[in-house]
Design a protein. Structure first.
Length: 149
């Protein structure tokens, strides 16, 4: 009895879709985990306290960077399924220390107070929909539509 050995260049067409699902799951997981970590960093603390503690500030900033990088890597189809999340704001963010420290802190606090909770809510809802097997734009197969000439 012989068994057919598949080569990488003849892999089933399903493999890229599976890879996209794995990537999507990882990026959404990163977003959710990082947002929850930020929530723990700022829980019951005012902005001055968060910035005054170096370890807390570093963890918070690292989590914000994970969120930003995950947003940049998330496919547009997934973003389209979460219209309540202000993706453009994430994409435009730059957490550089150029300029006055107070201005930088205010920017970070604004992101933490507005953008992180909105993103966490949208991503959590989307992940629940995916786990329930509900139809989302990102879960539908993308096929090219050819115009008749």
């Amino acid at each position: 009895m012989s068994h057919r050995i598949s080569r990488p260049d003849t892999a089933p067409a399903r493999r890229p879709h599976h890879s996209a699902q794995v990537l999507r799951g990882a990026l959404l997981g990163n977003l959710q985990d990082a947002a929850e970590a930020i929530g723990r960093c700022v829980a019951s603390r005012d902005g001055e306290t968060v910035f005054a503690q170096p370890a807390l500030r570093e963890e918070m900033m690292a989590s914000l960077e994970v969120m930003r990088e995950s947003v940049l890597a998330l496919p547009d189809a997934d973003k389209a399924d979460m219209p309540d999340v202000p993706w453009a704001r994430w994409e435009a963010l730059h957490f550089s220390h150029s300029g006055p420290a107070r201005e930088w802190r205010n920017q970070v606090l604004s992101v933490i107070q507005e953008l992180v909770p909105t993103t966490l809510q949208g991503v959590s809802r989307y992940r629940r929909l995916m786990d329930d097997g509900q139809d989302t734009e990102a879960s539908r197969p993308h096929t090219a539509v050819r115009k008749a000439s």
